[in-house]
Design a protein around this ligand. Structure first.
Ligand SMILES: Cc1cc2nc3c(=O)[nH]c(=O)nc-3n(C[C@H](O)[C@H](O)[C@H](O)COP(=O)(O)OP(=O)(O)OC[C@H]3O[C@@H](n4cnc5c(N)ncnc54)[C@H](O)[C@@H]3O)c2cc1C
Length: 424
C-alpha cells in the first residue's frame, strides 16, 4: 500500500491542527511503520480501520483474518430465532481494502516471533511489524466435559462463534418436532456476552411459541445468577409462561458428561435429555493469543488499561474478548471501544501524534421478545490497576411497552452504526 496524499487530505491534516512533523510521515524511499492486526472482528477490523483512516496513509496496515466474511455474533440470536437473515449479519472486507488501503490477507495466523517481530500464517508466509494487535476473540475448553469435543460441537453446536455454527443450530430448531426439548448449557464466567445465553433462550422461546408451542426449554447453567436476570425472568413469565425451566448450578451441580448417542447431558445428580442440545462451553482467549505468549495462567491476556498494550509481550496489543479488560464485559461494543483507544495509542507510538486519555463505554441490548428490548451499560475509565466503571445503567422491570419498543429500536440503530464503524 503506497497511497499518495491528495491535496485535500493534506489540507485536512493541517486543518485538524496536526503539525506535519508530528505525523513523522516517512521521507520518500523510507519504509512506513507497519501495523499488523490478527483477527478481523469488531476489535481487529475497527483498529485497522481507525489507524488507516487517522494516520492518512502514514502507517502501513495489514489485517490478517481467517475468513473471507465475518458473521457478527451480535444479532446472531435474532437469526437463530428467525428474526434476521444470515446475510444481514454477515459482512465483507472490501471497503477496508478499497476505501482505507488496508492490506487484507485471508489466512490463519499460527505464530508470533516477538524478537523478530513477525507473524507467521498457515502455509508459512510471514509478515513483519513494528506494532502488532491480536484480536482473535475466544476459543473453547473442549475438554471441560467428559464426552465433549470439537467434533461433538458439530452435533451439539455452541453457536458462540457466529457463522456455520449458528446455521447448524437454526436448522436443528427448524427440524425439531413440536413437543421437543431445547436443552441449553450456559457457560461459567468469564465468557463472551454475559446476557447472550439468556437472549438466546428468549428468542428460541419466541420461535417455539409461534411454531412448536408444545415444546420446552431447559437451561442447565454453570452459574447461580446471570446478567439482567430479573429482567429476563420477568419477561419469560410474561411472554412464555411454563415454557422455560432455568436451573442454577446449586441445583444440578452443572454439566459433567455429554452423551451424544443418548442425546443427554449428565450433571452431578439429574440427567437431561434434549432434542436440540446447545452446549456453550467454558472459554479462553483465541489460540493465537496463547501461542504468542500473550495470555497468563487464567487463559486471558493482561493489558495496560490506558493503551490495551500487552503487559507480557513488547510491541503487542490485545483488544476485544481475548483481553482482560476488568470491569468491561466481553462484548462487540467493548471491543470496538477498546479498538479506538488502542488505535490512538498506536498512532502516537508510530507517528508521534497526540494521544488523549482513553474513554471506554459499553451497552448490551437484548431482546426478550420481538419489540421487547432491555439494556445494560456503563462508561469506563483507565486507572493504573484496571479499566474501571464510572457509571452504570440498566433497564427496569415493569417498564411500559413503549419504552421496551424504543429500546429494541435503539438496538437496531446501534447494529447499523457499529457495523459501519467496524467494516467501513
Ligand atoms: C450469541 C451472541 C450474542 C451477542 N450479542 C452481543 C450484543 O448484542 N452486543 C455486543 O456488544 N456484543 C454481543 N456479543 C459479543 C460479541 O459478539 C463479542 O464480544 C465480539 O465479537 C468480540 O469481538 P472480537 O473482535 O474480540 O472477537 P471476534 O468477534 O471473535 O473476532 C475475532 C476474529 O478473529 C479471527 N481469528 C481468530 N483467530 C485467528 C487467527 N489465528 N488468524 C486469523 N484470524 C483469526 C476470527 O475469524 C474472527 O473473525 C454476542 C455474542 C454472542 C455469542
Amino acid at each position: 500500500m503506497n497511497r499518495k496524499f491528495t491535496r485535500r487530505e493534506f489540507g485536512m491534516m493541517a486543518g485538524a491542527g496536526v503539525a506535519a512533523s508530528t505525523l513523522a510521515a516517512p521521507a520518500i524511499g523510507q519504509a512506513k511503520p507497519k501495523l499488523v492486526v490478527v483477527g478481523g472482528g469488531p476489535g481487529g477490523a475497527t483498529v485497522a480501520r481507525y489507524v488507516a483512516k487517522d494516520s492518512k496513509g502514514a502507517i502501513d496496515v495489514t489485517l490478517i483474518e481467517a475468513n473471507a466474511r465475518h458473521t457478527t455474533c451480535f444479532f446472531s440470536n435474532l437469526y437463530i430465532g428467525g428474526l434476521r437473515s444470515f446475510d444481514s449479519i454477515t459482512h465483507g472486507y472490501d471497503k477496508l481494502k478499497s476505501d482505507y488501503g488496508i492490506n487484507v490477507v485471508q489466512a490463519f495466523a499460527i505464530g508470533v516471533d516477538a524478537a523478530r517481530r513477525t507473524v507467521t500464517v498457515a502455509g508459512g508466509e510471514t509478515f513483519s511489524y513494528d506494532k502488532l494487535v491480536v484480536a482473535p476473540g475466544i476459543d473453547f475448553e473442549y475438554d471441560a466435559y467428559e464426552g465433549y469435543s470439537k467434533e461433538v460441537a458439530e452435533t451439539f453446536p455452541h453457536a458462540w462463534q457466529a457463522g456455520p455454527q449458528s446455521q447448524i443450530l437454526r436448522r436443528q430448531l427448524e427440524a425439531m418436532e413440536d413437543g421437543g426439548v431445547f436443552l441449553i448449557a450456559p457457560p461459567p464466567n468469564p465468557f463472551r456476552c454475559p446476557p447472550g445465553p439468556y437472549e438466546r433462550i428468549s428468542l428460541v422461546a419466541q420461535y417455539l411459541k409461534q411454531n412448536k408451542p408444545r415444546s420446552k426449554i431447559i437451561a442447565v447453567d454453570a452459574k447461580d445468577k446471570f446478567s439482567k436476570q430479573a429482567l429476563f425472568q420477568e419477561g419469560w413469565a410474561r411472554h412464555y409462561e411454563g415454557m422455560i425451566e432455568w436451573l442454577p448450578l446449586n441445583i444440578t451441580g452443572g454439566v459433567k458428561k455429554v452423551d451424544v448417542r443418548g442425546k443427554t447431558l449428565h450433571t452431578g445428580g439429574e440427567s437431561f435429555k434434549g432434542d436440540v442440545i446447545n452446549i456453550i462451553p467454558p472459554q479462553r482467549a483465541g489460540a493465537i493469543a496463547l501461542a504468542a505468549g500473550l495470555a497468563n495462567e487464567s487463559g486471558w491476556c493482561p493489558i495496560d488499561p490506558f493503551t490495551m498494550a500487552s503487559t507480557r509481550v513488547p510491541h503487542a496489543y490485545v483488544i476485544g474478548d481475548s483481553s482482560i479488560a476488568a470491569q468491561m464485559p466481553k462484548s462487540g461494543f467493548s471491543a470496538n471501544s477498546q479498538a479506538k483507544a488502542c488505535a490512538m495509542a498506536i498512532r502516537a507510538a508510530l507517528t508521534g501524534s497526540r494521544a488523549f486519555e482513553p474513554r471506554y463505554s459499553n451497552t448490551c441490548w437484548s431482546l426478550i421478545a420481538n419489540g421487547d428490548g432491555v439494556k445494560v451499560g456503563a462508561s469506563y475509565q483507565a486507572t493504573k490497576e484496571k479499566i474501571a466503571s464510572t457509571d452504570t445503567f440498566i433497564s427496569k422491570t415493569g417498564e411500559d411497552a413503549a419504552t421496551r419498543t424504543a429500546t429494541a429500536e435503539e438496538a437496531e440503530g446501534w447494529y447499523a452504526g457499529i457495523v459501519a464503524d467496524i467494516f467501513g
